[in-house]
Design a protein around this ligand. Structure first.
Ligand SMILES: C[S@@+](CC[C@H](N)C(=O)[O-])C[C@H]1O[C@@H](n2cnc3c(N)ncnc32)[C@H](O)[C@@H]1O
Length: 217
């Protein structure tokens, strides 16, 4: 399921390696290694990774009061999204990620109730209708997790719940994320509320779609 066939070069060597990783074990090792400096690397001016804060604000805009909502942060990494959601009042956030090293950093945010390893390219070991909201930021990307996971996200989220995800502009159509969402819309599983392009790694001039889906069944 990983989307590996769309080469790209960025202004940060860690991401170049992540985006060209040869299989899941290599990707997992890379993130285990990157975990210690990930947050500081991406906060530098030439990166200014604004997607987590923007995603949290988007979640609050659509889902409303976050206090009592059960949220799954899929591909949570070091917990930037969970921390941003907690700042906006969220109290019930679980996180899953491929890399134990990233999860170890996420634990230190104290934003998450449960943190577990998980391979999002396989069926996700979560009950149907288990969450009110699912966030997936920075993980539907080159050589990471492909579009097929979106139907799993729609299964895990309750009716009238929300999926908030980023997809880089350069792979939105070529790698099939848009087509997968169109299929879910046609099947009446989700309603596409918006997929506007906006800042992502703002310092590097990289933009992404902020996808907002309402789950219908
Ligand atoms: C660029 S980071 C984004 C992390 C976090 N959401 C953020 O915005 O900072 C991508 C994350 O996806 C995770 N990842 C990559 N492939 C995965 C997979 N198949 N299943 C679960 N997580 C995966 C990596 O371990 C990494 O933590």
């Amino acid at each position: 399921m990983a989307c590996q066939d769309y080469p790209v070069t960025t202004n940060i060597e860690w991401l170049n390696r992540a985006y060209s990783a040869d299989g899941l074990p290599a990707l997992r090792s890379l993130y285990d290694e990157w975990a210690a400096s990930y947050d500081s690397d991406l906060s530098k001016a030439d990166q200014n990774y604004v997607a987590p804060a923007l995603a949290a604000a988007t979640t609050a805009k659509y889902a409303g009061d976050l206090t009592s909502l059960k949220i799954l942060d899929a591909g949570c990494g070091t917990g930037l999204v969970g921390a941003a959601l907690a700042n906006l009042g969220a109290k019930k956030i679980d996180g899953v990620d491929l890399s134990q090293g990233m999860l170890d950093v996420a634990r230190k945010t104290n934003a998450y109730s449960v943190l577990e390893t998980c391979d999002l390219s396989k069926p996700i070991e979560k009950n149907t209708d288990a969450y009110d909201v699912l966030t997936c930021i920075g993980t539907l990307t080159h050589a990471h997790v492909g579009p097929e996971v979106l139907s799993e996200f729609a299964r895990i989220v309750k009716k009238d719940g929300w999926i908030i995800a980023t997809v880089l502009d350069d792979i939105w159509e070529p790698v099939g994320y848009r087509a997968e969402i169109d299929k879910l819309v046609e099947a009446n599983k989700v309603k596409l509320i918006s997929a506007d392009s906006g800042d992502y790694r703002k310092g590097a001039g990289v933009s992404a779609r902020m996808v907002v889906l309402k789950v219908l069944s």
